[in-house]
Design a protein around this ligand. Structure first.
Ligand SMILES: Cc1cc2nc3c(=O)[nH]c(=O)nc-3n(C[C@H](O)[C@H](O)[C@H](O)COP(=O)(O)OP(=O)(O)OC[C@H]3O[C@@H](n4cnc5c(N)ncnc54)[C@H](O)[C@@H]3O)c2cc1C
Length: 432
């Protein structure tokens, strides 16, 4: 488990770990393997050779924190369905939050480095990665992309430290895959100049019960167009905003999920994103988060592989043979290792294109769909290797399987991403 955890700088933003932005543009590659390479089942296609030295260092820092600090807590957190907000603060101290954002106390690393962080976190648990992705990609990313200078200054530095927590409210009880039909509205305050009143309900919102800042998408009554509002919980008058938790989930139990109920909640005009309207706003935020999910789920799958391989080598059945000796077991491992290796390579390639401004939303749909589907499929198959023990949460595999169902469902269910790809391939819209 601790294979990544070598001694590197303790904090991402320490000098020496992250060079100045100008220096980063000249890519220096990590040390290459010897001419005759040994097959490495943990990195079969030598994806590490595609990383810069800086990315390797960031990955090692994140992996070390996750394995040493997060992993020991996850079993209890999952059983108790408890999310400790301190985790986001710890991530903030390490510079892991909003890591790809430049300025505002953020590390300003490459998309691939951001993806390596999500992979490290999701190797422990998809719920922990979800809490981080919402904070980093959906809320901080949204404010960075579309917020006014004042909103950025007010929220990003504290959010980077993890002392201010965010949630992203798009999904509604009656509108999930089709957010364009949302019913939440913003209307001008009848008596208070410069304010909107927000009304409506959002559901299945990661972090909402503990968040200080809610990025809520609502239709402006005056235009019927979707706009983004930064709703600061601390400013909401009593009775206008509630964020109850949704309990008894059977996946992502180590994350906290809730609703957002708005009843004429007053929000200052300055808290509306000034220049973006329609679905471009939420979809741009989702694009970055989906990239993180594509990379992150490979971490979960890799953890399933490690656990299944260890179990198969130790468990003996029939004449004292380890079950790893049997062909059917080996095929399961071969399929999973192949899908993980392909998934990581694809994520690195799309990350590079993203930083060059050449990644299309369809590319993100492709890797989000493929990596989530393959992670879920392989995790379910690898679970079989554990026999009856798979049912015990101590083995960790069932937790990943339950979590990976959610990753395949949220931020565009896989079938919806198929339709996005199908539209791009045929030119024909199959949504409606
Ligand atoms: C734990 C968890 C955390 C979440 N966190 C957040 C969050 O932080 N913020 C947020 O805004 N949302 C969040 N979500 C919501 C998530 O994004 C939605 O659940 C997802 O978009 C699917 O919407 P739905 O559940 O309404 O399913 P539906 O849209 O009802 O879809 C149900 C099924 O129908 C299929 N379907 C729908 N339309 C079509 C069509 N035209 N053609 C073919 N098939 C179709 C879908 O693919 C799916 O299989 C979260 C969800 C969960 C479970």
């Amino acid at each position: 488990m601790s294979r990544f955890l070598t001694k590197t700088c303790p904090r991402l933003i320490l000098a020496g770990c992250l060079p100045a932005p100008a220096a980063r543009s000249a890519r220096t590659y990590a040390s290459t393997a010897s001419p005759i390479s040994q097959f490495d089942w943990e990195d079969p296609l030598l994806s590490k050779n595609l990383l810069t030295g800086e990315e390797v260092a960031i990955s090692e820092t994140a992996e070390r924190y996750c394995q040493e600090q997060m992993l020991p807590r996850v079993l209890r957190a999952y059983r108790d369905e408890h999310y400790d907000p301190k985790i986001l603060q710890e991530m903030g101290e390490l510079g892991l939050l909003g890591a790809t954002i430049k300025g505002y106390g953020c590390a300003g690393v490459s998309s691939v480095a951001g993806g390596l962080i999500t992979r490290a976190v999701e190797r422990v648990d998809s719920g922990y990665r979800s809490g981080m992705s919402v904070q980093s990609s959906l809320v901080m990313g949204g404010i960075d992309d579309f917020g006014s200078a004042e909103l950025k200054e007010r929220y990003l530095p504290e959010m980077a430290k993890g002392t201010l927590l965010g949630a992203f409210g798009l999904t509604e009880p009656n509108h999930g895959s089709d957010p364009g039909s949302m019913e939440t509205t913003a209307r001008p305050h009848p008596t208070k100049n410069g304010y909107y009143l927000l009304s409506g309900s959002k559901t299945w919102i990661t972090n909402s019960p503990i968040a200080d800042v809610l990025l809520v998408w609502a239709k402006l009554q005056e235009t019927g167009k979707i706009r983004g509002f930064v709703v600061d919980k601390r400013d909401a008058p009593a009775g206008t905003l509630e964020t109850p938790a949704i309990k008894n989930k059977n996946g992502l139990r180590a994350s906290i999920t809730g609703m957002i109920h708005l009843a004429d909640c007053p929000v200052p005009k300055e808290n509306m994103f000034p220049h973006v309207e329609g679905l471009r706003g939420p979809f741009t935020c989702l694009n970055s988060a989906r990239y993180g999910i594509a990379f992150g789920t490979m971490g979960a799958l890799e953890d399933c592989i490690t656990r299944a391989r260890t179990y198969a080598l130790e468990r003996k059945q029939f004449k004292g043979n380890p079950i790893a000796k049997y062909q059917l077991v080996q095929k399961k491992l071969a399929d999973a290792v192949t899908d993980a290796a392909y998934g990581v390579l694809a994520a690195i390639q799309v990350g590079r294109l993203k930083d060059e401004g050449r990644a299309t939303p369809e590319m993100i749909s492709m890797i989000k769909r493929q990596n989530c589907d393959r992670a879920l499929y392989n995790a379910r198959v690898l679970q079989e290797i554990f026999g009856g023990n798979a049912v015990s949460d101590e083995y960790g595999i069932g937790r990943h399987v339950a979590n990976l169902f959610v990753t395949q469902t949220y931020e565009g269910q896989s079938d919806i991403h198929s339709l996005i790809l199908g539209r791009a391939i045929t030119g024909l819209q199959a949504f409606v």
